[in-house]
Write a protein that binds this ligand. Structure first.
Ligand SMILES: C[S@@+](CC[C@H](N)C(=O)[O-])C[C@H]1O[C@@H](n2cnc3c(N)ncnc32)[C@H](O)[C@@H]1O
Length: 266
């Protein structure tokens, strides 16, 4: 059952399926230590943002744009096609008006979360959504062990308490459920945390890996990188130079860090 009082979950448009009763959730068989935070990854300065205004103010108006290019989105959708199964319950954390889920795959339920209700209400894949500032409060008003997959796309750099958010991700995942965190090099610079802003591509991959590792019970994270060839498209070095002269921008590099909720603590 979703734990949220009905008013905190919003439906983007009329649906034939009612909010209640929600699907039954498995009882959590894991011992107390599973899901606990082993250590903090970030020092205080690593959590700081250049723009200290509340995030909800920054996201007060809808941004109906895509935050990465078509190549990145195609790679992500292919990854979802490979890892997510039809009939699953999916949570799209830090979502917006677009979905990167494969259009042909039918999921049982897709719940969206973000900071702007207008954006979320435009997202055609969401069955329900809720708005919550994860830098103010990290607890998700969702029952434990309810989701087969939790997704977080090009947004992890804005989390100031990632350890608590990843512990919540662990809690809402079913045993064996997967979390896929993807990102590129673009960001709202003034809203990204210091550890991200000042990092390199490799250190950001390390950071997300450590977010998983700091929570007891996630599997060893798997890293996927897809870096663009010079000039953005495969071809000879001469092609690349020609493309640079022609002003064709290189595409957004793709990074994903993937981990599963262990069935049993190791
Ligand atoms: C770059 S957008 C990415 C949106 C979407 N995942 C996508 O792929 O298009 C960053 C998103 O992070 C979310 N976000 C940023 N700060 C947040 C916060 N403090 N709490 C919750 N969500 C936040 C916002 O909902 C925003 O839409």
């Amino acid at each position: 059952m979703l734990r949220a009082p009905p008013q905190t979950l919003q439906r983007p448009r009329p649906r034939s399926r009612p909010l209640s009763p929600a699907p039954r959730c498995s009882n959590d068989p894991a011992p107390a230590a599973a899901g606990s935070i082993r250590r903090l990854v970030l020092p205080p300065e690593g959590r700081a943002k250049l723009d200290p205004r509340p995030d909800r103010d920054f996201y007060a108006f809808p941004r109906l744009v895509t935050h990465v290019d078509d190549g990145f989105i195609a790679t992500l959708t292919d990854l979802y096609r490979e890892r997510l199964k039809p009939g699953w319950d999916v949570l799209d954390l830090m979502s917006s008006w677009v979905s990167h889920l494969p259009p042909e795959v039918q999921f049982r339920r897709v719940v969206g979360h973000g900071l702007n209700a207008q954006e979320l209400s435009r997202n055609p894949r969401l069955d329900y959504f809720f708005v919550k500032d994860l830098n103010r409060e990290q607890e998700l008003e969702l029952e434990s062990g309810c989701f087969d997959a939790v997704l977080c796309t090009v947004s992890v750099q804005y989390l100031q308490s990632p350890e608590k958010v990843f512990a919540e991700i662990f809690r809402v995942l079913k045993p064996g459920g997967v979390c896929i965190v993807s990102f590129s090099t673009r960001m709202f610079y003034e809203k990204a945390i210091g550890a991200w802003r000042e990092g390199t591509a490799n250190s950001r991959v390390q950071l997300v890996t450590q977010y998983f590792q700091c929570v007891e019970g996630f599997t060893q994270p798997e890293v996927i990188r897809k870096l663009p060839s010079p000039g953005g498209l495969p071809g000879s070095p001469l092609d690349a130079v020609m493309r640079l002269f022609a002003g064709m921008a290189s595409s957004d590099p793709f990074y994903a860090v993937i981990s599963y909720r262990n069935f049993k603590p190791m």
